[in-house]
Ligand binder design. Structure first.
Ligand SMILES: NC(=O)c1ccc[n+]([C@@H]2O[C@H](COP(=O)([O-])OP(=O)(O)OC[C@H]3O[C@@H](n4cnc5c(N)ncnc54)[C@H](OP(=O)(O)O)[C@@H]3O)[C@@H](O)[C@H]2O)c1
Length: 255
């Protein structure tokens, strides 16, 4: 099925991957930007006109990889116009996430901090390791390119949430999320160390270390290019188009 998609943040790295991937799939894109009028050869509509564009063009979905404040505004426009929204932006506050959830009363909304299939499998494996290695120390390290704004990454937070949820189900104390260490900083039982590295052009790496007395296990994922996230987001858009209003997860797309 070929789609018609609004793509926000047109000057952004992810939006350009989404447009390129959509082009390869034969999907049509309506690119939207706060400032630019043209991006690398394709026409762009102003973000201020998004409500009109959605109402007149009625795309199958909007795909958004921008900034939390902008995403909340764009999803509100989707709710108004009845357009499904696929959101890849990370770094939302609880209030901003509530705003996205409110929009899902009106239209289908799917937010995922990571649209890679490999990371979905990593999350499953991390949950399994948490269950089977209950007393092991856990340390999470993520690495991203130097321009990434939020830390730790949305994917790291989702992995931490998954570990804590598994521990809670097992009646186990999760301790604190300890962000880096300095000086005299012994580890307390149950704490999860969190380390965010920012360097060069790294696309996205996540590694979870489970260490017991005499052994350690490392589960890791590396994204080779941004295309993997664009591809997952377009799979999500295809899956979401035409569904009832509601809040959906990327795992449902993969299932
Ligand atoms: N879910 C996933 O799989 C996944 C994968 C990679 C990245 N991400 C997330 O996707 C988001 C975008 O990443 P990116 O690497 O594409 O970022 P980027 O290159 O900085 O692009 C973001 C674009 O968003 C637009 N924007 C609108 N309002 C903005 C604001 N208030 N501040 C800054 N930019 C604003 C801008 O485009 P215009 O000026 O053209 O509107 C900007 O170029 C980030 O939150 C990142 O963490 C998610």
């Amino acid at each position: 099925m070929s789609l018609r998609l609004a793509v926000t943040g047109a000057t952004g790295r992810m939006a350009q991957e989404v447009v390129a991937e959509a082009d390869e799939r034969g999907d049509e894109t309506l690119a939207v930007s706060r400032g630019a009028e043209r991006v690398d050869g394709f026409e762009v509509s102003p973000a201020d006109d998004l409500p009109t564009l959605l109402a007149e063009e009625r795309p199958d979905a909007l795909v958004d990889f921008t900034d939390p404040e902008a995403s909340v505004e764009y999803v509100a426009a989707c709710a108004e116009a009845g357009v499904p929204a696929v959101i890849g932006t990370t770094g939302f506050s609880d209030d901003q996430l509530d705003a996205l959830r409110r929009a899902s009363d009106e239209v289908p909304v799917l937010h995922a901090p990571n649209f890679s299939r490999g990371v979905a499998v990593l999350t499953d494996l991390v949950e399994r390791a948490t269950r089977l290695l209950p007393d092991y120390d856990v340390e999470l390290t993520e690495t991203h390119h130097r321009e990434k704004r939020d830390a730790p990454s949305g994917t790291a937070n989702a992995l931490l949430d998954a570990i804590e949820a598994e521990r809670a189900d097992a009646g186990q104390d999760s301790g604190e999320r300890v962000h880096g260490r300095e000086g005299v900083a012994p580890r307390d039982d149950g704490d999860i160390g969190v380390h965010a590295r920012r360097a060069g052009g790294v696309r996205g790496e996540h590694e979870v270390l489970f260490a017991g007395g005499d052994e350690s296990l490392t589960l890791a994922h590396r994204a080779g290019s941004r295309r993997v996230f664009a591809s997952g987001a377009l799979d999500a858009a295809e899956w979401l188009a035409g569904r009832d209003a509601g809040w959906y997860e990327f795992e449902e797309v993969l299932a």
